[in-house]
Write a protein that binds this ligand. Structure first.
Ligand code: GSH
Length: 204
């Protein structure tokens, strides 16, 4: 059985749940009580010594970090290499946007949501976070003016990864409407068969 260890509202775990739903792969969510600090002690630390969610367990293999998990899931369950291309250019483009997801998108859109859920843990000002969001979304918006998907002519795990935090901006007080190409890109992802929101519900 495939197990994801995380709280339901973990944005980084949401990326895995969204992807697994789309590719129709069953899994079990092992709920972690973040507010009680379960991710900072054993047995979670044996899954991910960095003490961050998500961690994944499958057939004895254990790994943390949403991006590493997405790579594993794509290689393990997508025989067509659609979601993670194997050619040099295709794989490099996915790695490029996964890297932006882990850095610029994490420091902006992810943090915008995280500050609402854990204001004590995020000391960066709202103004600074909004500026970071503006910066990364401006680049994404001009990129998506030229192509429908971030890393390829079709959807990949790079889209899934970046979508998680960016899709939660509007409910976190940052209006994404001015980024029309990003808005259309989010609609494209929401329209993928079996796409779900962070609560596990189909998009309306
Ligand atoms: N680079 C990591 C970041 C993971 C991360 O920041 N996870 C959050 C939940 S979405 C977390 O565990 N936060 C609690 C903490 O760091 O104490 C990934 O992509 O998985």
């Amino acid at each position: 059985m495939l197990r994801i260890h995380a709280t339901m509202q973990s944005i980084n775990a949401y990326k895995l749940r969204l992807f697994l739903s789309i590719i129709e792969q069953d899994f079990e969510l092992v709920d972690i009580d973040m507010y009680a600090g379960e991710h900072k002690r054993e047995p979670f630390l044996s899954l991910n010594p960095f003490g961050q969610m998500p961690a994944l367990e499958h057939e004895g293999f254990k790994i943390g970090d949403s991006h590493a998990c997405l790579v594993y899931l794509a290689r393990r369950f997508d025989d067509t290499n659609h979601w993670l291309p194997i050619d040099a250019v295709g794989e490099a483009r996915v790695a490029e946007w996964m890297s932006k997801s882990a850095n610029e998108i994490h420091q902006g859109p992810w943090m915008k949501r995280a500050k609402i859920r854990r204001p004590d843990a995020i000391t960066v000002s709202d103004e600074e976070i909004d500026q970071r969001c503006d910066h990364v979304l401006a680049i994404m918006d001009s990129h998506l003016a030229r192509q429908h998907w971030l890393a390829s002519e079709h959807e990949t795990i790079a889209d899934i990864s970046c979508f998680g935090p960016v899709s939660l901006l509007n409910i976190s007080g940052y209006n994404t409407d001015k980024w029309s190409n990003v808005t259309r890109w989010m609609d494209r992802i929401r329209s993928l068969p079996r796409a779900i929101d962070i609560d596990g519900l189909p998009f309306a």
